[in-house]
Design a protein around this ligand. Sequence first.
Ligand SMILES: NC(=O)c1ccc[n+]([C@@H]2O[C@H](COP(=O)([O-])OP(=O)(O)OC[C@H]3O[C@@H](n4cnc5c(N)ncnc54)[C@H](O)[C@@H]3O)[C@@H](O)[C@H]2O)c1
Length: 345
Amino acid sequence: MAVFNLRAYDDHEQIVFCRDVESGLKAIICVHNTNLGPAVGGCRMWDYNSDEGALIDALRLSRGMTYKNAMAGLNMGGGKSVIIGNSKTMKSEELFRAFGRFVDKLSGKYITAEDVGINPQDMAIVNKETNHVLGLEGKSGDPSPVTAYGVFTGLKAAVKHRLDRDDLEGLKVSVQGLGHVGYYLCRHLHEQGAQLVVTDINKESVDRVVDEFGAKAVDTDEIYHQEVDVYAPCALGATINDNTLPKIQASVIAGAANNQLAEDRHGDILMQKGILYAPDYVINAGGIINVSFEENYDQAAALKKVDEIYGTLTEVFDASKSSGRPTNVIADEIARQRVADAKKK
Ligand SMILES: NC(=O)c1ccc[n+]([C@@H]2O[C@H](COP(=O)([O-])OP(=O)(O)OC[C@H]3O[C@@H](n4cnc5c(N)ncnc54)[C@H](O)[C@@H]3O)[C@@H](O)[C@H]2O)c1
């Protein structure tokens, strides 16, 4: 496999393949760019089908963190790590300690945190071997409610831009995925009078949102067809693809999921269809913003910074409108420029 030629490689500064035979650890740490500061990004534990799949996922997520941190105005670069394995059956103290030692060897160039498959207890073990960990329990805590608040803020910016309205009363919103972020997003939307159509593969999560917020539940494959104003993807990536695009009725897409566009070209198609897309890594930055305030944590200050997502997205939407180019392309350009400018300083 020719790593340097991979599209996802995108001039990564460093890739570390981590192996610890005793604990069974197989992990990959990717440091994409440190122009703006140490590379910060979570650790994901996933049962990948292949090592190549794990590497490509880590590279894409790591590059995404560079862009996300730059667009959020944080003095942090981008990185990510993946532990290859089943998070339900393969976790152990030795495994996370071994991972922590690899993180520590990077001397702060990469700072890790939680991601899919990893919980605060796992990170507390990693923290026994390295101080380069963020999002620990008792500090900034679970980032999901703050991510949801940021998505809610960004959704309002998109509704203002596309539908020219400040209030959400009666606005129809479909929410796909009612986990840590989706649930809190539904709560914000409900409080502002929005009508919710929701789906999740987990029935209990659906029942809770139906009971608490009067949401209408639909099957997972029906969510795209719904006649709504806003579609909020809050489950998996790549839900905007050649199959789903013809079905989407919403005029705004604003949700928490990472890597929502299966391919960049889907951003062009959305624009041609008059659907305003809030670039994922801009709208879902609330969690990383919260984590960046971990030292002497001050929630009010963190939320004030998260409020800036409204203005950042409006800047992206305005530039897209005036230039006639898709929002995902505009966001990438602004992020790349910020990273390049940081190198000159
Ligand atoms: N948690 C954060 O702070 C944060 C920050 C930035 C981005 N994100 C992204 O937001 C998304 C949601 O994060 P989360 O922390 O809420 O994750 P989560 O695992 O708590 O929730 C995801 C939910 O999606 C559901 N789901 C899975 N497949 C589905 C399908 N096919 N159809 C409908 N529902 C499905 C799951 O059952 C689960 O309830 C993820 O893509 C994540 O990467 C999260």
